[in-house]
Design a binder for this molecule. Structure first.
Ligand code: NAD
Length: 328
C-alpha cells in the first residue's frame, strides 16, 4: 500500500483515479479547489484548497510517496481556444506544476505522474483532417495552437528536468480527448463528447442541434476507464514517456453527432455555426505505448458513448425536474 496524492481529485479524471487507487488498496489524499460535483470522493483525506497557494501544496505532499498531478485550469474548445482565458490558464497551471515539484521534492515524494495533452502537438501537422500526425517525436519544432498547449509543453519539460536534476521518478502522458461519466457536461467547460450528448438529450426529436464549424474536423476520444488503466500501467512501468494515451478510432464531429443520435434514438438536423475549433484533424498514434507498455486502448468509441449518453441523459432529466419543482 502506498500513500498517494491526487491533485485535481475533485475533477473528472482525478475523481476516477481516486476510485481506482482505492480499489487497489492504496491510502489516498485528494486535493482540489472544489469538491467533486457528481460523486462522493472515496479519498481517505480531501483537502479543499488552491494548489497555487504554497501552504496548501506543502500540506498536501506531506508524507506522500507518489503524486498524480491532474489539476489544471482547463475546459473544452469553448474555454481554451477563445483566447479569453489564456493568462489564467498559463499562470494557474504552471504555478500548480512548479509548486507540486518544488514542495513534493522537498517532502521526499519519490514519483510524479503528470497529465500532459495532445494539445502540445504542432498545428502544422494537424491541418489535414484525414492525416494528422501526432507521434511523440513530432512534438518539435514546437508550435501548439493554444496557450494551454504551450503550458503543457513547458510543464512536461519541467517534470523531466526534475527527474534529471533531483533524481525523482517521473511519468508523463499526453491525453487525447478523454470522456466519460462524472465529467463536466454543461456550463462552458465541457468538451465535445459531453456537449454532444447534452445537446441531443435536450433536443426534441425532429428538431436541430448546433455544431461548431462544418463538422468535418476529426478527433479521437478515449473512455476514461481506459485512460486510468493506461496511466496505472505507465506509472508501474520503467518508461518515463512522454507517451500518448488516446484512441486511434478517428471520427469527424458530424459522425460523432450521428452516433449519439443513434444511441438516443433521435433524428435531429445539424446546424453548422461559427465557433472555436482548434486544429483541423487529430488522432492518437499508439505505436509507442504498444511497444513500451505492451498495451494500448482498444474499446470501441460507441461503447463509451453509450455509457456517457446514459449518464448525461439522467443529468439532463434531473436538472429539468429540479427546474419544474423550483417553478411551482
Ligand atoms: P477537470 O477540469 O475535470 O479537472 C481538473 C481539476 O483541477 C478540477 O477539478 C479543478 O477544480 C482543479 N483545479 C484547477 N485549478 C486548481 C487549483 N489552483 N488548485 C486546486 N485544484 C485546481 O479536467 P480533467 O478532464 O479531469 O483533466 C485532468 C488533467 O488531464 C488536466 O491536467 C488536463 O489538462 C489533462 N488533460 C485532459 C484531457 C481530457 O480530455 N479530459 C485531455 C488532455 C489533457
Amino acid at each position: 500500500m502506498k500513500r498517494i496524492l491526487v491533485n485535481g481529485a475533485g475533477g473528472f479524471i482525478g475523481g476516477h483515479m481516486v476510485k481506482r487507487l482505492k480499489r487497489e488498496g492504496h491510502w489516498v489524499r485528494g486535493v482540489d479547489i472544489k469538491h467533486h460535483e457528481y460523486a462522493v470522493s472515496l479519498a481517505d483525506e480531501f483537502i479543499l484548497g488552491d494548489l497555487c497557494d504554497q501552504r496548501v501544496i506543502a500540506e498536501a505532499v506531506d508524507g506522500i510517496d507518489e503524486v498524480y498531478q491532474f489539476a489544471a485550469d482547463m475546459g473544452g474548445a469553448g474555454y481554451i481556444f477563445t483566447g479569453e482565458h489564456d493568462a489564467d490558464v498559463m499562470r494557474n497551471s504552471a504555478t500548480i506544476n512548479l509548486n507540486t515539484l518544488h514542495y513534493g521534492v522537498q517532502a521526499g515524494v519519490k514519483k510524479f505522474f503528470y497529465s500532459s495533452s495532445a494539445c502540445i502537438y504542432p498545428a502544422y501537422n494537424q491541418e489535414d483532417a484525414q492525416n494528422p500526425k501526432c507521434s511523440e517525436e513530432s512534438a518539435y519544432p514546437a508550435a501548439p495552437d493554444s496557450e494551454y498547449g504551450w503550458e503543457k509543453l513547458f510543464s512536461e519539460r519541467l517534470y523531466l528536468s526534475y527527474m534529471r536534476n533531483y533524481g525523482v521518478a517521473v511519468r508523463v502522458a499526453r491525453f487525447h480527448n478523454i470522456f466519460g461519466i462524472e465529467g463536466t457536461w454543461t456550463g462552458g467547460k465541457e468538451k465535445a463528447p459531453a456537449a454532444m450528448c447534452r445537446k441531443v438529450a435536450e433536443a426534441e426529436d425532429g428538431r436541430e442541434i448546433e455544431i461548431w464549424g462544418d463538422g468535418e474536423q476529426t478527433r479521437s476520444f478515449l473512455y476514461v476507464d481506459e485512460c486510468v488503466e493506461g496511466v496505472r500501467r505507465l506509472v508501474e512501468s520503467d518508461f518515463s514517456g512522454p507517451v500518448n494515451i488516446g484512441s486511434e478510432e478517428m471520427v469527424t464531429i458530424n459522425q460523432l453527432a450521428e452516433m449519439v443520435m443513434q444511441i438516443a434514438g433521435k433524428k435531429l438536423a445539424l446546424r453548422h455555426i461559427a465557433g472555436p475549433l482548434g486544429v483541423r484533424g487529430r488522432n492518437s498514434d499508439n505505436h509507442m505505448i504498444a511497444e513500451r507498455l505492451g498495451w494500448k486502448p482498444t474499446r470501441p468509441l460507441r461503447e463509451g458513448m453509450e455509457k456517457t449518453y446514459g449518464w448525461i441523459h439522467e443529468q439532463v432529466m434531473s436538472a429539468r425536474a429540479q427546474e419544474m419543482t423550483a417553478k411551482k
